[in-house]
Design a protein around this ligand. Structure first.
Ligand code: HEC
Ligand code: HEC
Length: 324
């Protein structure tokens, strides 16, 4: 019923948005909202193919060693398994690369929410000194020297290479990186037996006992807001991340400072680091060991997507299917 009502709402809303010219990717895994596609950057096969090529191409960095995938590696949950990633010349930033799965559904991009669209976001890492350190004009020239790129831009955009089109192609590719259909999603969509007993208990710790759902709200598990949850040396507001397929994306938090999900749970259980500006929802929870174990199991198995996009060496995107 809930999902029917929701679909109805979407049906009613879609034409309103479409009136503004926006489109949607409606073929999404069960549990996700449709992904909004800006009117000025429609999804086409030629553009997606180009976007994927650019995403995996180290030529986008000054010394031709770093691609987007160096820090958003499909084999490491479209992130990296270390707290921070290395850019050109081994330079290091201070933040953990977020997984870019379902990133098309985020309203606030980057940990501090400073970008609003993927098109706007893409040009930042290319120019960032500790990431790809590339000048956009130089990048246009570099790609224009490659006849196969010139031809691909012509097919995708009916025009020449530009930084704006590089961003559009990569953004279009990113919008296709989706994963859901977890036991939790199946359950929310009417499959009563999708959660086993322990997942079910873990889910009620998450949504009731521990109030994780105050910020990680159904269904994408973020409220699209910024909060100080006490992570890092100084007070700062961070965008609530989505939580599916967490097993693939350790370590956790914007600075990668928490190594395991078990430690994440212990962190919340003790109410976070007390400090000025700490969100009022952060308070000691007093969870029992059994409750913690159930919550951990829900975070791991209950939020594990049935299909997860992976790829080998920039080739065709394959999928891994989880058991069960
Ligand atoms: C050297 C590592 C590195 C490279 C290279 C890199 N990124 Fe990132 N990416 C990061 C880090 C770190 C963040 C978080 C930065 C922040 O929040 O301030 C991030 C954030 C993002 C986000 C925001 C995700 C979210 O949930 O808010 C997207 C999308 C993204 N990168 C895509 C890309 C694309 C596309 C490229 C290639 C053009 C790229 N990145 C290159 C490290 C990298
Ligand atoms: C006050 C809002 C709020 C509440 C309540 C909350 N979270 Fe979070 N959660 C956040 C924010 C914001 C972050 C990012 C913090 C950072 O990186 O500094 C986060 C990060 C996480 C992460 C790390 C994700 C990643 O990709 O690195 C996990 C896991 C998580 N929360 C699980 C939980 C669980 C489990 C609970 C309940 C015990 C909970 N959260 C309660 C807002 C909240």
């Amino acid at each position: 019923m809930v999902s029917r009502l929701f679909s109805l709402t979407l049906l009613l809303l879609a034409p309103l948005c479409a009136a503004r010219g926006d489109d949607f990717i409606s073929d999404v895994p069960l549990g996700l909202d449709w992904v909004r596609v800006p009117a000025e950057n429609p999804q086409t096969d030629a553009k997606l193919k180009l976007g994927r090529r650019l995403f995996f191409d180290p030529q986008l960095s000054r010394d031709r060693t770093i691609s987007c995938a160096s820090c958003h590696d499909p084999q490491q949950g479209w992130s990296v398994s270390t707290p921070v990633a290395k850019g050109v010349n081994g330079r290091q930033g201070e933040r953990n690369p977020p997984s870019i799965i379902n990133t098309g559904l985020q309203h606030l991009l980057f940990w501090d929410g400073r970008a609003r669209t993927l098109e706007e976001q893409v040009l930042e890492p290319i120019q960032n000194r500790v990431e790809m350190d590339m000048d956009l004009g130089e990048l246009e020239q570099r790609l224009a020297a490659d006849a196969s790129y010139v031809a691909q831009f012509q097919t995708a955009f009916a025009g020449p290479i530009s930084a704006e089109r590089i961003a559009q192609a990569i953004a279009a590719f990113e919008r296709t990186l989706l994963a859901a259909e977890t036991p939790y999603d199946l359950f929310r969509n009417g499959r009563a037996t999708a959660l086993d007993d322990q997942m079910s208990r873990g889910s009620s710790v998450f949504f009731s006992r521990a109030n994780c759902g105050d910020c990680h709200i159904a269904k994408v598990l973020t409220d699209h807001q910024l909060h100080d949850t006490g992570i890092g040396a100084s007070p700062q507001k961070i965008r609530t991340p989505m939580l599916r397929d967490l097993e693939r994306t350790a370590p956790y938090m914007h600075d990668g400072s928490i190594a395991t999900l078990k430690e994440v749970i212990d962190y919340y259980d003790r109410g976070g680091n007390r400090r000025e500006g700490l969100d009022v929802r952060m308070r000691p929870l007093g969870l029992s060991e059994a409750e913690k174990a159930d919550l951990l199991y829900f975070l791991e198995a209950g939020l594990r997507s049935r299909h997860y996009p992976v790829t080998a060496g920039g080739g065709d995107l394959g999928e891994e299917t989880s058991a069960g």
